[in-house]
Design a protein around this ligand. Structure first.
Ligand code: SAH
Ligand code: SF4
Ligand code: F3S
Length: 477
């Protein structure tokens, strides 16, 4: 799962048509600006919060200046990510003051994993914040805002007993359509794995799977709204489990077979997977389901057994490689992606060389790599032999050079191939669209805006910095 902290405007939404408190008040409708940091699960949550707020008359805006509510949906995965939130809150405090001087109120809310991890501490460090709300209580956000309006400073970071998804509205078809032809759908929350470097089990709580009926209903609504590709999300998505129609135990593989039956839904993906939870049913789904895209994000973190053990990943490098070999046997064209950490406590040059060797062996199409960041409260933070920053950085650079080379080699290997392209959005030039390849690459091709949502045959003709170029396969004949 990527955590490139992204500045995303509030998901576009058409204002809700139902009862609207702001309009009832006679005031203009209110505006919310949502800034999303962190992984795709946060992106998904921001959409759901936006929908819940629409019911209360909040329209999304991508101009912070006009916002009545600024919501930061935060990430706690590495130190830098958390610090970014506090510096953003410093700037927001000034903006709030300036608006107040003009007689305008601006509320500030902090959601996401920093909210969960820091709770009250945020109110102490950032006096301008009105609401702190953890990832499992978003359905209570409108209520928290009402209390904040009455002058309370609200912290709601309980792990709610009720299921937040049951209480969050699914957007109506028109709104889904306005958001595009690809969508995320969280099927699983939290994590029970407790890797020793990671905050997620503490910020998202223990592992919970959403029931099949809820997921199918949401996927059907998305498909009815024109969505052609759904990415199922979970921090440990392949640990998802549920019950089929006769009460039989289902794993993620079974769920994918079911979702592949939904009319209109052409493509399925899932992320992020743990190597320990890749069962046969899921591997076979890659063999059997046309809709399941040949792309797998399967983080390994390190190629050294000693470090994998210290990280509590619960598998060896050889087991990971054997798993990749099995997956490649059933789906030879699968593109692999991974996550890596350099400089975990105790990592020696030899351990790092093992990581490079593993990377050489796997040949990744795409990868994310990070310097180890000490997270207070995790077992890794207590370990002796913390690796100096310069060494972490040096190793990261070497690793990234290798990964980048593999990424380019993968992109170049696509030249000349004829592929299915899902046309997704307008390109930079008129009459050009950007589509998605089965391997999650952005591909530029000449096509009309009316074709967005179509899947067409193209031939890859070249590579750019972060994208590919293609021509229509028919035109090339
Ligand atoms: N659940 C996923 C990953 C979740 S976090 C998995 O098990 O693979 C996403 C990535 O952030 C991790 O794969 C890891 O590479 C990185 N990461 C997590 N904690 C980190 C830390 N303390 N320092 C550096 N990178 C970290
Ligand atoms: Fe973090 Fe490990 Fe859980 Fe992934 S599996 S979220 S790295 S604890
Ligand atoms: Fe970050 Fe929380 Fe996602 S810590 S990576 S936003 S689960």
């Amino acid at each position: 799962m990527t955590q490139d902290s992204a500045l995303l405007p509030a998901p576009k939404a058409i204002p809700h048509e139902g009862p609207n408190e702001a309009l009832r008040d006679g005031s203009n409708s209110r505006k919310v600006f949502i800034k999303t940091y962190g992984c795709q699960m946060n992106v998904y949550d921001s959409t759901r919060m936006s929908d819940a707020l629409a019911r209360d008359g909040y329209e999304p805006t991508d101009d912070m200046e006009e916002a009545d509510l600024v919501l930061l949906n935060t990430c706690h995965i590495r130190e830098k990510a958390a610090e970014k939130v506090y510096s953003a809150l410093g700037r927001l405090r000034e903006m709030k003051k300036k608006k107040a001087a003009d007689g305008r109120e601006m509320m500030i809310g902090v959601a996401g994993c920093v909210a969960q991890a820091e709770g009250e501490e945020i109110l102490r460090r950032a006096p301008a914040v009105d609401v702190v709300i953890g990832p499992q209580t978003y359905h209570r956000l409108p209520e928290a805002l009402r209390r904040a309006k009455q002058g309370q400073r609200v912290v709601d970071t309980e792990y709610a007993i009720e299921d937040k998804f049951e209480h969050l509205p699914i957007a109506e078809s028109r709104k889904i359509r306005a958001r595009g032809v690809t969508a995320f759908l969280t099927v699983q929350e939290g994590c029970d794995k407790f890797c020793t470097f990671c905050v997620v089990p503490y910020t998202r709580g223990s592992e919970v799977s959403r029931p099949v009926s809820q997921i199918v209903e949401e996927a059907e609504k998305l498909a009815e709204g024109g969505v052609r590709e759904i990415t199922l999300l979970g921090q440990n998505v392949n640990a998802w489990h549920g019950a089929g129609p006769r009460g039989e135990a289902w794993s993620l593989g079974d769920l994918l077979y079911r979702l592949a039956e939904i009319p209109g839904l052409a493509r399925l993906r899932y992320t992020t997977s743990h190597p320990r939870d890749m069962d046969d049913r899921l591997i076979n789904a890659h063999r059997d389901l046309r809709a399941l895209m040949p792309y797998l994000h399967l983080p390994v973190q390190s190629g050294s057994d000693r470090i994998l053990k210290a990280m509590n990943r619960r598998h060896t490098a050889a087991e990971y490689l054997a798993l990749i070999a099995r997956i490649r046997t059933v789906r030879p064209d699968i593109a692999l992606s991974g996550d890596f950490i350099t400089g975990f406590p105790g990592e020696t040059d030899k351990d790092f060389e093992d990581t490079l060797r593993l990377v050489e062996e796997v040949r990744y199409a795409q990868a994310f790599s990070f310097k180890y960041s000490t997270r207070p409260g995790t077992p890794g933070a207590e370990l002796k032999d913390q690796v100096p920053e310069e060494i972490k950085a040096e190793r990261l650079e070497r690793l990234q050079m290798l990964l980048l080379k593999q990424q380019q080699e993968f992109a170049e290997s696509c030249i000349g191939k004829e592929i299915d392209l899902l046309l997704e959005k307008p390109g930079r030039m008129p009459e050009q669209l950007i589509g998605r390849s089965p391997w999650l690459q952005s591909v530029n091709v000449d096509a009309k805006a009316s074709q967005i949502g179509d899947i067409i045959k193209v031939r890859i003709t070249g590579t750019g910095t972060n994208s590919l170029f293609a021509e229509r396969a028919e035109a090339a004949v």
